[in-house]
Design a protein around this ligand. Structure first.
Ligand SMILES: *Cc1c(COP(=O)(O)O)cnc(C)c1O
Length: 320
């Protein structure tokens, strides 16, 4: 693709499909389920830049270009999908990238960090105390002194422009699924995606967030993002705290079996950290009668596919 075409696609991405999931349980209980295929929102078949990270970076990349910045600087843990996405986007859109990584470099490295480095990201490891300063202005000034002028994206990418991108996603899927009542499910890490999507949904729709971290603090985080939204939020939103499987990146054999079976049945790959848990949760809620008859349920595939390789590297090729 020509460089100008790549930027044009970023400005006006094609709508991603809604794939129906004809699980018999849906027919039995009179509800319909779709997956919103943001996993297909890729450029050049790259597994790093897709899903909600695509939506969250979209307007940030445009703003960085507009401002004439040549370096993107961001923060993340060693397995962060966000770091991988910024690295991949830097390569695609011709930015230098700097990743401030929490903790020591893993002895054998890992797939995510090797991938980020291969995309050209300059990785800098900092101890946890330093990492905690990631939102401090003084720290950002120190980093700028070192790396020059740069466009800073917060950990997980959840800033105002990221929420804009996710709002567009909410509007897009609501337009594709005009029937009501409408429920929209998404996995939550920082809560930015859920907040953004909720701002794009029509009145009466309900956005459901599935936190992948334990602790129940996500409601506050999402409320904080929504309070900053430029327009009042008409849809409802709610957290479903029962499907984190023990915490971030925790899993059990049933979850792995489910992910592999889902791929066999529907040819949709789910990742074990975010989308696998969320879709498991949605199907479990359907089975328990959470959704009234006639409900239309859209589960957002937020991507995370690059995480599968790292997971398999750590735990031994569990995911097919
Ligand atoms: C980062 C990520 C999330 C979490 O998004 P937030 O906006 O931080 O809540 C969800 N799903 C996938 C696949 C992700 O990579």
């Amino acid at each position: 693709m020509l460089m100008e075409d790549i930027w044009e696609t970023l400005r006006h991405p094609p709508a991603t499909p809604l794939t129906p999931i004809p699980d018999p349980i849906c027919a039995d209980l009179g509800v319909r389920l779709w997956v919103k295929r943001d996993d297909l929102l890729q450029m050049g078949n790259d597994e790093g830049f897709l899903g909600n990270k695509w939506r969250k970076l979209q307007y940030n990349l445009l703003a960085a270009r507009e401002a004439g910045e040549q370096v993107l600087l961001t923060f993340g843990g060693a397995y962060s999908n966000h770091l991988a996405a910024v690295a991949a986007a830097g390569k695609l859109f011709d930015f230098r990238t700097v990743g401030i990584v929490r903790g020591h470099p893993p002895r054998e490295g890992n797939v995510t960090l090797r991938y980020a480095a291969a995309c050209g990201m300059d990785l800098r490891y900092v101890d946890r105390a330093t990492y905690r300063r990631k939102n401090e202005i003084v720290f950002l000034e120190e980093l700028r002194a070192q790396y020059g002028s740069c466009y800073v994206i917060p950990e997980g990418g959840s800033n105002a422009l990221a929420l804009e991108g996710c709002r567009a996603l909410g509007e897009e899927l609501a337009g594709q699924c005009p029937e009501r009542p409408l429920y929209v499910a998404t996995a939550c890490g920082t809560g930015g995606t859920l907040a953004g999507v909720a701002t794009g949904l029509p009145p009466g729709a309900l956005a459901l967030g599935f936190p992948v971290l334990k602790g129940g603090f996500m409601t506050e985080a999402v409320a904080g993002f929504i309070a900053q939204a430029p327009a009042p939020v008409e849809a409802g939103w709610r957290m479903i705290n029962d499907y984190h499987f023990g915490g971030f990146a925790k899993f059990n054999p049933e979850l792995i079996r489910f992910i592999n079976e889902f791929k066999r049945q529907y040819e949709i790959r789910l990742d074990p950290v975010y989308t696998g848990k969320m879709i498991w949760g949605v199907l479990d809620l359907i089975r328990r009668g959470y959704f009234p008859e006639g409900s239309n349920i859209v589960a957002i595939h937020t991507g995370g596919l690059q995480g599968i390789r790292g997971f398999n590297e750590r735990f031994g090729s569990l995911i097919l």
